[in-house]
Design a protein around this ligand. Sequence first.
Ligand code: PLP
Length: 434
Amino acid sequence: MTQPLLQHTSERLRERACELEARLDQLQAQGLKLDLTRGKPASDQLALSNELDGILGADYRLADGSDARNYGSLLGIPEARALGGELLDAPPECVIAGGNSSLSLMHLVLDTALRTGLWGAGSAWCEAAAAAGGRIKFLCPVPGYDRHFTICDALGIEMIAVPMNDAGPDMDAVEHHVSRDPLIKGIWCVPKYSNPTGCVYSDAVTARIATLPRQAGPNFLVMWDNAYAVHDLVIPAPRLRSLTPLLADAGTMENAVLFASTSKITFAGAGVAFLASGGGVITALEHAMSAMTIGPDKVNQLRHARFLDGRLEAHMQRHAALIRPKFDAVLERLEASLAPLQIADWTRPKGGYFISLNTLPGIAKCVVARARAAGVTLTPAGATYPGGHDPNDTNIRIAPTFPNLVDVEAATDILTLCIELESIEQILTRRGVH
Ligand code: PLP
């Protein structure tokens, strides 16, 4: 079909639905098992870092002469803190290099802010909530990252959805909320190649985020999850304005924590995670961590520092060369099959791990269910919204990196079929034709 679906007669749409159903039945009979759910690196990407294994060659000495195999360095070894500083554009003394997961650092930060406070006596959010007789709240630009929402859920933090635009969160809505409710204590941000839309925050949005804590109630926290800081698919890559100088100018360094990790640089399950913040917050977190551990996996930190030293950019270009054809395959198929029909729109990210697609309102769940029946697993519709509830039932997150190219192509073909079929059914139902 080459015209907008809405312009077709009901008769023609019924015929087309029969054709599509027959094709789907054929595909279903093949017993496919395709997976476009999680943003995981494929094994050829993981193999780019196999050199990590053995890179130390029994030399465990750090530049300061200490032994990486032993206990200690709660905040991470200097070499790894420098790497974190490079990723986050922050001074190494303001960086913590931790274990393999930035999500666990995010959980640590919010848990500490809630229970004991990050800014000294009386700063715990739970005290503010008790005094006001309410719950702590967080702003969540949507569509957003489901695991951020899971952390809030797990800690009993109420989530308030705010719209995500092409240049970042809708800052008018954000500022409106924070200026009216002092129990709103923070905001989630994925500033570069946002999960799932792929947008890069504009300079203006980044500047407004840096001053946000001044407009909010006390002890506000920007959770700046720069998970895709170096994950460019095109050169020249879009530039994200550095947050740290803006925080320094605004005097809000203690009200933001920046995160990154090597999960999608080296080994997703065996990398190094980082955070950066002001000195006071780092001290509060050091205290919280001292009750949990004597120190991180310093051997892995040293392996990463040696492996990535001076080659981060070249290494990320090798990732891009493997991922780009998969993104192109999805985008070409969406363009060819859906664009003429005018029944969906989608993002065209220049980096990161996701494409965000919006169907006609009210059918995303049915599309995902139909695709699953045909052998394609997608992230559950709604997962990109707090509580798993997309009020318009329209958003689907596509993660093309993990399957091989042939599977990505096959899965996208099935997805487009399902979108067209569900759209036709909705149009016919609205017309009162069954
Ligand atoms: N943050 C974002 C925005 C992500 O998309 C992901 C993974 O998909 C993560 C964090 C996970 O990071 P880590 O592996 O360091 O816990």
